[in-house]
Design a protein around this ligand. Structure first.
Ligand SMILES: *Cc1c(COP(=O)(O)O)cnc(C)c1O
Length: 382
């Protein structure tokens, strides 16, 4: 009888810090400061120190982090926001909620991240079309691997656009010795329980080196309040990180470096067993993956179904991130089709990957031997 291996494990970690969690949560209960308690400032300080950036602002989710960042730039109707077609829905939803238009960009086959040549081509097409103003690029560090930030930053600087890092899956990742949070104009984090740093509910943060932006983010997360309470300076939202989630994150921060190191060992074990046999996510030089997920590319949908079945038969979890590119989602298809006169260029890599990708178990409470066992089942099923 073999032991099951879950895709994620959000409970094993608890045993290591349960006394601290219990003590910290009880302290919040005793204090009654459920909103804006001192633990919010504590986690903000610790996030900024970890990332090496000047400011961290706790918010209610990764999605709200993206929204607050775009609200702070005044992004709205008539604005084009460029983002990959192969990502989680939240990345595309936020510009639409603000009345802006998402322009989907294809991704690279090997990194799964935004394709720079295609980004350039679509910015040029939007400029030529003349109806929308190119305003922002959202780079997503998919599955934990940093996007090509030097290229995205250079394009945004040249074009006068806002560079937003959707680092929801990648907190802890680094590129050229700089952790995410220092790339782009701002980075959005999610503390959804299965992310690399997860709360026990929803939460998120914005990281930036820009003091003016950080101040705007603080105002926007609290209904656009001014320097004094009940003075409303701008239209904001209720986007705060609550104190209990903040204190849970503080309790987890002590484990985070070690967890990242274990994720990297698991990733290396998978790479050693699988690279050359199936497609693995390939990092550019200087990139350190945070391994939010470990995702492989199989030859086709039939091979993926076979592998997934073989894993399930062994009690091994797997998941498909993502089964559909965003421009094919019913909610976004019409916006996509109308974004550029004559219809946008095709997105063949994003479409193809959705039929072939499979995410394997990845969390810091599995062993390298577990990863080798999973890889063995994958290869045997091919
Ligand atoms: C999880 C995720 C989000 C949204 O984060 P929430 O905290 O769930 O709102 C945004 N973008 C990406 C790429 C994500 O994976």
């Amino acid at each position: 009888m073999t032991t099951p291996i879950a895709l994620f494990d959000v409970k094993a970690q608890q045993a290591l810090i349960r006394p601290e969690l219990d003590r910290r949560i009880a302290a919040v209960l005793d204090s009654g400061r459920f909103i804006n308690g001192p633990e919010v400032a504590e986690i903000e300080e610790r996030l900024a120190v970890f990332a090496g950036c000047a400011h961290a602002v706790g918010v209610s989710s990764g999605t709200d982090a993206l929204q607050i960042a775009m609200m702070a730039e005044g992004i709205g109707p008539g604005d084009a926001v460029f983002l990959p077609a192969f990502t989680y829905t939240a990345t595309a939803e936020v510009p639409l909620v603000l009345g802006a238009t998402p322009v989907f960009v294809d991704v690279e086959e090997e990194s799964f991240n935004i394709a720079i040549a295609d980004l350039e081509a679509r910015i040029a097409a939007v400029r030529k079309d003349g109806r929308l103003r190119p305003r922002a690029v959202v780079g997503v560090d998919l599955f934990g691997l940093p996007a090509d930030w030097p290229a995205i930053e250079a394009i945004c600087a040249r074009e006068g656009m806002f560079a937003l890092d959707d680092a929801a899956q990648a907190f802890g990742a680094a590129l050229d010795g700089k952790r995410l949070g220092r790339w782009g104009d701002a980075a959005a984090l999610s503390f959804y329980p299965t992310k690399t740093l997860g709360a026990y509910g929803d939460g998120g943060a914005l990281l930036t080196d820009d003091a003016a932006r950080a101040e705007l983010y603080r105002s926007l997360r609290t209904h656009g309040e001014g320097r004094t309470r009940y003075e409303v300076e701008r239209t904001g939202m209720n986007g705060r990180l609550d104190t209990i989630q903040a204190t849970i994150l503080c309790a987890k921060m002590g484990l985070f470096e070690g967890e990242l190191a274990q994720r990297r060992r698991i990733g290396a074990a998978y790479d050693a067993a699988l690279a050359g046999r199936v497609g693995v996510q390939v990092a550019q030089p200087g990139a350190e993956n945070a391994y939010g997920l470990y995702t492989i590319r199989l030859p086709d949908a039939a091979a993926r179904a076979r592998v997934q079945q073989a894993l399930a038969a062994e009690g091994i979890g797997s998941g498909i991130y993502y089964p559909k590119p965003l421009h094919h989602q019913p909610a976004y298809a019409a916006h996509h089709a109308g974004a550029i006169a004559g219809g946008p260029a095709p997105l063949p890599v994003s479409e193809s990957l959705c039929h072939r990708v499979l995410s394997l178990p990845m969390h810091p409470y599995m062993s390298e031997a577990d990863a080798r066992r999973v890889a063995g089942v994958v290869l045997a099923a091919l």
